[in-house]
Design a protein around this ligand. Structure first.
Ligand SMILES: *Cc1c(COP(=O)(O)O)cnc(C)c1O
Length: 461
C-alpha cells in the first residue's frame, strides 16, 4: 500500500531533481528576496485545495510552495531583516539540514542514533568549553530557548524536591518560585506557568541588568516562605529586547551561597562567547548549573536548535528520563540518551546542521562572524549618535540596538515598518520600552553591513 515511499521510478527521480534544484536556487540567491506576509483570505484564494484524495503530485505541490507559499514567508536570513531575533544560517548548515532529513535518524537514544548523537555532543562540547564548564558537563539540543529554559528549570526544581536534609522551618513550599530579573525573557514566565510555579521578579539597575546585590537584597528581605520557595535563579546573558548582559558573576555567587540552582539564559547572547572582544561580559557562567544558547539565533544554524547544557547531567537525567517497559532496553547500557536531559522523547538530530557547519568552517570563523555583527552594531550606534532625528535608548552591549525617532507616534513607527516590508527593502519592527514605542535592530547576520543600517536610518528621516 505504501510502496510509493520507496519507489525509485521516473516520477521520484523527477521530484528529486525538482526539490534539489529548488534548494540549489534558493541557496544561490544573493540577496534572498525579503518576501512578505499575506492574509489567510489571500492565500485561500491563491493556493486552492492542496489536500485531495488522489494527491496533486509533488511537482505541483512544489510549484505552489515556490510561487505562492514561500513568498508569503518573510526570509529570516535577509541582511536587512533586523526584527525580533532573525537568523543567518550558513550554506553548510542549510545543506546539512537536507542531509539530516534524508538520513532518517532517530536521535533520542544512543542505541538508535549513536553516530548523530556523538557528533552533536562534539558541538555541545565546544559550547561547554567556551563557557568554562567541566569535562563531565553535557546536554542536548532542544527545539528552542523556551523548551531549554523549561527543561533546565524542571531539573532544578526536581533537585530541590528530592534532596535530603531538613525541611525549612515553615515546612516544604506549596508554591515554588524562580528568581529572575525584570528583563528576563518571557519564556521564563511561561516555564513558571507550565510548572505551576511563580516568579520572584527582581528590579533591574539603570542599565537594565540584574545584579548580585539586588538579587541578594530581594532574597534576604522576602517573607521567609517566599525566600524558602525559591529553587532557581535565572541570569540573562543578553536580554532579547536590548542585548544587555546581567551581572552573571554576582548572580551565580548569590544563588550558590543560598544553595539555589543558577541557570544562565543565553539563548541569544551566549553565542558571543565565541567573540573575544566581549567574552569577559559572561564571566561567572563557568560556575552556573546550566545554560542555554540557540544556534538558530546567532550561531548560523537553521531553525530549530537550542543547546541546553548542564554542569552535572545526572541531576537532569533524574528529572527527565522517561520510564516504560518498551524503553528498558535503552537503560541497561550506560549510554548517553539525549531524551534523558529535556522535555520530549522522540527527537530529530537537530544539532547536526550546526555541527556540520562548525566542522566545515572551524571555530575561528565563528568568532570572526560574531565579531562582524558586533562591529556592525557599534557602527549603527555611531551612525545614530551622528543623526539629529534619532537617538539611542540605551548604549548597546552586544548586537541589539534600540533607538527612538524623535517626534514619532506609535502610528508613525507602524506605518514605517509596513512601508519598508511592502517595498521588500527591510523588516524592522517597533518595540515597546517603558510604555514608549521605539524600534530595534537585532543584528545577527554577518552579511548586514553598516551601509544597510545607514539606508534604514535614512528611511526614517
Ligand atoms: C529567544 C530567547 C528565548 C526563547 O528562545 P526560543 O528559541 O525562541 O524558544 C529565551 N531567552 C532569551 C534571552 C531569548 O532571546
Amino acid at each position: 500500500m505504501l510502496e510509493f515511499v520507496h519507489r525509485y521510478d521516473v516520477d521520484s527521480e523527477i521530484l528529486t531533481q525538482a526539490v534539489v534544484n529548488y534548494a540549489r536556487e534558493r541557496l544561490r540567491l544573493n540577496p534572498v528576496p525579503l518576501d512578505g506576509t499575506h492574509s489567510r483570505a489571500e492565500l485561500t484564494t491563491a493556493v486552492g485545495e492542496t489536500i485531495t484524495p488522489d494527491g496533486i503530485g509533488g511537482v505541483e505541490a512544489l510549484r505552489i510552495f515556490d510561487e505562492l507559499l514561500s513568498r508569503a514567508c518573510i526570509s529570516v536570513d535577509h541582511p536587512r531583516n533586523l526584527s525580533f531575533i532573525p537568523a543567518a544560517p550558513t550554506k553548510a548548515a542549510i545543506l546539512f539540514d537536507l542531509v539530516v532529513g534524508a538520513s532518517s535518524v532517530y536521535a533520542g537514544s544512543w542505541l538508535e542514533g549513536a553516530g548523530a548523537v556523538h557528533a552533536e555532543n562534539q558541538a555541545l562540547r565546544w559550547l561547554s568549553d567556551l563557557a568554562g564548564f567541566p569535562p563531565e558537563a553535557g546536554g542536548v539540543f532542544v527545539q528552542g530557548g523556551t523548551i531549554g529554559n523549561l527543561s533546565a528549570l524542571v531539573a532544578a526544581r526536581y533537585r530541590m524536591q528530592t534532596r535530603g536534609g531538613a525541611a525549612p522551618a515553615g515546612g516544604r513550599p506549596t508554591v515554588w518560585r524562580i528568581a529572575c530579573g525584570a528583563e528576563a525573557h518571557s519564556s521564563v514566565e511561561a516555564a513558571a506557568r507550565v510548572m505551576g510555579a511563580e516568579l520572584l521578579v527582581v528590579p533591574a539597575d539603570a542599565e537594565g541588568r540584574l545584579t548580585g546585590p539586588a538579587l541578594a537584597h530581594a532574597l534576604d528581605t522576602a517573607d521567609p516562605d517566599v525566600r524558602d520557595s525559591v529553587f532557581a535563579v535565572v541570569a540573562t546573558a543578553g536580554t532579547t529586547q536590548f542585548g544587555i548582559v546581567d551581572d552573571i558573576r554576582g548572580i551565580v555567587d548569590v544563588a550558590h551561597e543560598r544553595d539555589l540552582w543558577a541557570h544562565v539564559d543565553g539563548a541569544y547572547g551566549l553565542a558571543a562567547l565565541a567573540a573575544e572582544s566581549v567574552r569577559h561580559l559572561f564571566a561567572g557562567t563557568a560556575d552556573a548549573d546550566s545554560f542555554i544558547v540557540d544556534p538558530h539565533k546567532w550561531l548560523f544554524a537553521p531553525f530549530d536548535a537550542c543547546a541546553l547544557i548542564y554542569r552535572e547531567p545526572a541531576l537532569a537525567r533524574a528529572a527527565h528520563a522517561q520510564k516504560a517497559g518498551y524503553l528498558e532496553v535503552l537503560e541497561t547500557a550506560d549510554d548517553w540518551n539525549p531524551a534523558d536531559y529535556a522535555i520530549g522523547l522522540s527527537r530529530r538530530a537537530r544539532g547536526l546542521p550546526f555541527w556540520f557547519s562548525l566542522a566545515t568552517h572551524g571555530t575561528r570563523a565563528y568568532g570572526a562572524a560574531v565579531e562582524k555583527s558586533l562591529a556592525t552594531a557599534r557602527a549603527a550606534a555611531d551612525q545614530i549618535r551622528a543623526l539629529p532625528y534619532v537617538e539611542l535608548v540605551r548604549e548597546p552591549q552586544l548586537s541589539v540596538v534600540v533607538l527612538r525617532r524623535l517626534n514619532w507616534t506609535p502610528e508613525n513607527y507602524y506605518e514605517w515598518t509596513e512601508k519598508l516590508l511592502r517595498a521588500g527593502f527591510a523588516f524592522v519592527t517597533p518595540t515597546v520600552h517603558e510604555g514608549e514605542t521605539v524600534t530595534r535592530f537585532a543584528i545577527v547576520n554577518p552579511c548586514t553591513e553598516p551601509a544597510d543600517i545607514a539606508a534604514i536610518l535614512g528611511s526614517m528621516a
